[in-house]
Design a protein around this ligand. Structure first.
Ligand SMILES: Cc1cc2nc3c(=O)[nH]c(=O)nc-3n(C[C@H](O)[C@H](O)[C@H](O)COP(=O)(O)OP(=O)(O)OC[C@H]3O[C@@H](n4cnc5c(N)ncnc54)[C@H](O)[C@@H]3O)c2cc1C
Length: 564
């Protein structure tokens, strides 16, 4: 049986059974039973069952009860009955039994799903083939990079080769978790806890061997990968070496400072989790220093973001919200001392969206105090100063989101590159003339087989490329024809701060038709869509809980790392 169908069939009755207790508390018998059964099906579908993990499931289910309580009892039911959701001491007291009910529901659901999974494994056998790598493997597939492209390729390969023990899968990455970049701005803006948007690779992949390490060199002729030696190991110890039959490049991109060394030196990067943590801590540091240094106050509280694409706009919106949100903690500082400046070289931000939506985004951000410097380029930076093509800004903070380039390791390979220096692949994502080499994601120059246009370097495309690439590797191994890559973008969503977003979504089955939304609806949609895309149930619950907490409490100003 299809594993997903099997999990849904298990989750549905488990949710139904677990939900009966809630009937007494919630009322609405039909809606409650259907909702609980659906939650059970989704919960079970998102799990990868492991025998006997009763405590894990009990805890995960109980934790799931808290956001469900927030969504249903605190917000959903009052809204359905035509009332405004309220949050005060009396309301809290009256909602307490519902909270207990939801937590018990979650715990019972987790327990039942585990019990039914174990029973199903006894009667129908395990869902997938053995997870223990077979020592007699013949084909070794190595994936470089644990981002969207690499991680999803590994997941799809596990699926493709689930009944073939003669294939060994290995993923090498210098980070041990997949970073969910669409939520990175929320970490910089202190809405989300950093680890909640990162999914550990080891626990997400089952049959794939994971090696945490930095790839330093690829020997294409000898079909070997060299890993940089551990900095703590003795100097004489050699770096590790891994051989392959198929090699997948999914190494992503890095910031490109267009040759301006000072920009690299004096700006913050905005690509990794550490970058977002640094930015958040730096913003707090600037507030602390501004509090005791009136002479430099303006420069300390001026935050410049370079780049008006999605990353730059979302970051400027998040930092602006955060900075305004924490002003109350610094009584000596005034709103007028604060400025968030977005510098962009073109005449409008968000070139990926329609002009009207991009203008709307700009207007909303301007209304919240963000200053736009359009048709302006950054040409230099120094301590406390940012030089633009039309003047200078006294600012202690500069974040660079204005350019990216494929990973330097890929750029250095003796293979064909496009003008972005990305690795050229054919329509089936194979490197032409090099059997066994494949590439996808931000480090590859992928051309859509239907439109013949370059695919944008986004997670949305990287995930679809991974599916086709995994099928093609299997087809190659089994001697079948390869599939060409084509994907119609689902659209774009961008949060501009303060519960406002812009969305431009494709209409299913209507070619080139887009629907546009903005404001609160688009923001709610953004949260719903990205929460559903965040890998792992546990992470979803953690992020949902962060969002519920954020609704009722002010942003945190605790510094978590020391800035040098
Ligand atoms: C702030 C921000 C917001 C974004 N928002 C969106 C969005 O809303 N929607 C969307 O579709 N896209 C978004 N993107 C783009 C999206 O993140 C990228 O397109 C996507 O991550 C590309 O996936 P990838 O796997 O090719 O690269 P990455 O996700 O960058 O993964 C590359 C991996 O390779 C590893 N690696 C690099 N070098 C080495 C080495 N030498 N050795 C070992 N491992 C190495 C890295 O650690 C990383 O795990 C956003 C990007 C950013 C920066």
């Amino acid at each position: 049986m299809n594993p997903l169908l099997r999990r849904v069939l298990i989750g549905f009755p488990a949710g139904l059974l677990a939900g009966t207790a809630l009937l007494i508390i919630l009322g609405y018998p039909f809606l409650t039973v259907v909702f609980c059964a659906l939650v059970g099906a989704c919960y079970s579908a998102s799990l990868d069952p492991t025998r006997g993990t009763y405590v894990d499931n009990l805890m995960a289910g109980a934790a799931l009860g808290v956001p469900l309580w927030g969504l249903v009892s605190v917000i959903g039911i009052p809204v359905l009955s035509g009332h405004q959701p309220e949050w005060n001491a009396a309301q809290m007291r009256s909602q307490f039994p519902a909270l207990i009910g939801w937590v018990i529901y979650g715990a019972v659901l987790g327990f039942l799903v585990q019990a039914l999974n174990d029973m199903a494994a006894r009667f129908w056998g395990p869902e997938t083939a053995s997870r223990v790598p077979n020592e007699t493997e013949k084909t070794r597939i190595v994936i470089l990079g644990g981002g969207f492209a690499g991680m999803h390729t590994a997941e799809c390969l596990e699926q493709q080769f689930r009944t073939n023990p003669n294939v060994k899968l290995t993923l090498i990455s210098d980070t041990n978790a997949l970073l969910f970049t669409p939520m990175l701005a929320e970490v910089a803006g202190s809405s989300l806890e950093p680890t909640h948007i990162s999914t550990p690779l080891r626990s997400s992949l089952h049959r794939t061997e994971f090696i945490r390490g930095q790839v330093s060199r690829v020997d294409l002729e000898g079909r070997r990968i060299f890993l940089a030696s551990d900095p703590t190991a003795p100097e004489s110890s050699p770096g590790r070496e891994v051989s392959y039959d198929h090699l997948v490049f999914a190494l992503g991109a890095v910031s490109n400072y267009l040759g301006m060394a000072n920009l690299q030196k004096y700006s913050f990067n905005f690509k990794s989790l550490l970058d977002a943590i640094r930015i958040r801590n730096h913003v707090i540091e600037m507030f602390e220093r501004a509090d005791r240094d009136p002479a430099r106050r303006r420069a300390l509280l001026t935050f410049v973001v370079a780049g008006g694409g999605f990353a730059g706009v979302e970051l400027a919106g998040a930092v602006n919200d955060y900075a305004h949100g924490i002003l109350a903690d610094y009584p000596k500082l005034q709103r007028e001392d604060l400025s968030v400046v977005l510098v962009h070289s073109r005449d409008r931000i968000l070139p990926e969206l329609s002009e009207s939506l991009a203008r709307y985004a700009q207007e909303r951000m301007e209304a919240r105090g963000v200053i736009f410097r359009l048709n302006t380029r950054l040409i230099d930076a120094g301590p406390g100063v940012v030089t633009l093509s039309d003047g200078e800004i006294q600012a202690e903070t500069l974040v660079w989101t204005a350019g990216t380039a494929p990973n330097p390791l890929v750029q250095a390979l003796p293979l064909d590159k496009d003008k972005r220096r990305a690795l050229v692949v054919d329509r089936s994502l194979a490197v032409p003339g090099r059997p066994g080499l494949w590439a996808l994601g931000d480090c590859a120059a992928v051309i859509d087989a239907k439109t013949e246009k370059p695919c944008p370097p986004t997670a949305q495309f990287a995930l679809r490329e991974a599916q086709v690439l995994a099928r093609n590797i299997r087809a190659h191994v089994e001697g079948r024809p390869l599939r060409k890559f084509h994907f119609d973008s689902l659209g774009a969503l961008c949060v501009v701060g303060h519960q406002t977003a812009c969305a431009e979504l494709s209409v299913p089955f209507a070619r080139n038709k887009l629907v546009r939304f903005s404001g609160l609806l688009a923001w709610a949609m953004w949260r719903g869509i990205y929460l559903s895309k965040l890998p792992g149930l546990e992470r979803k619950i953690r992020v949902a809980m962060d969002w519920v907490v954020e609704l009722f409490f002010p942003r945190d100003i605790v510094q978590t790392i020391e800035l040098k």
